[in-house]
Design a protein around this ligand. Structure first.
Ligand code: NAD
Length: 248
């Protein structure tokens, strides 16, 4: 699964699944472009990786903001010469009944979880198309398939959007031999689910056939597979990592 010589942009890099993905990609010698709005988290991560002499750049931006996304993609092309891999992992989640979702909250959720994926996909596909090489991995969610155990309707809708955006782009990118896939985690132990509280997490874990949450590394392993040339004939796939929670 070597990523030597490959440049990867990873959004949500300072989060649970993002950090595990960064660690695996670093092990495989990828050049890393880390994106998150948590500047402090990015600085800590960069420092830990620089100790191992990695080539690493980070951008503290809001992934839903078009000019900032364009800047990251453009700067990466200028500085690294290429983008081989894009992992869209940044996201937010809110547990809230539909009657309490304000329009501003709906729009914010869709902007962070779906518009950002569209923006990064569009800008990197423009570049990958010319090189006829690229791997795009979007992070969906089991909630985008079944409506969510806990997540709000806006979260589930945004992740359903990510799944269909992935399939649509996979079709358009196939003539250029660019792979576009999604990983759909079930509940995974990160800050996102820590915020739900112990009782809720125990109740949800009991509903999973494996009877426990995924660890970030479980999800990252699937991302690495789709980023590597081991999966070169796989595109438009929505890969579940959910301990049997959803089987379709
Ligand atoms: N944890 C789960 O149970 C679970 C399940 C299914 C899918 N997912 C998805 O996996 C992805 C990663 O989630 P996680 O569990 O690692 O969560 P996390 O909260 O640990 O990480 C999310 C990261 O995204 C960043 N982020 C949020 N909004 C941003 C913005 N506007 N601009 C830039 N960065 C932003 C945060 O700073 C954070 O570092 C998300 O897309 C999430 O929806 C998570």
């Amino acid at each position: 699964m070597s990523l030597t010589g490959k440049t990867a942009i990873i959004t949500g890099a300072a989060g649970g699944i993002g950090k595990a993905t960064v660690a695996l990609f670093a092990e495989q010698n990828a050049n890393l472009v880390l994106v998150d709005y948590n500047q402090q988290g990015l600085e800590q991560l960069t420092k830990s990786l620089e100790q191992k002499n990695r080539k690493i750049v980070s951008y503290a931006i809001d992934v839903s903001h078009e000019p900032q996304v364009k800047r990251v993609v453009q700067s990466t092309i200028e500085e690294q010469g290429q983008i081989d891999i894009l992992v869209n992992c940044a996201g937010i989640c809110k547990m809230i009944p539909i009657l309490d979702i304000k329009v501003t909250e709906w729009d914010h959720m869709l902007a962070v979880n779906l518009r950002s994926v569209f923006l990064f996909c569009r800008e990197t596909f423009r570049h990958m198309k010319e090189r006829k090489y690229g791997k795009i991995i979007n992070i969906g969610s089991a909630a985008g398939k079944i409506g969510g155990l806990a997540a709000g309707a806006h979260y589930s809708a945004s992740k359903a959007g990510v799944i269909c955006l992935t399939k649509s782009l996979a079709l358009q990118a196939a003539p250029y031999k660019i792979n576009v896939n999604a990983v759909c985690p079930g509940p995974t132990q990160t800050e996102m689910t820590d915020a739900w509280g112990d009782k809720t997490n125990e109740d949800f874990a009991a509903k999973i056939p494996f009877k426990e949450y995924a660890q970030p590394l479980d999800v990252a392993e699937a991302i690495l597979f789709l980023a590597s040339d081991r999966s070169k004939y796989i595109t438009g796939e929505i890969l579940d990592v959910n301990g049997g929670l959803v089987m379709d």
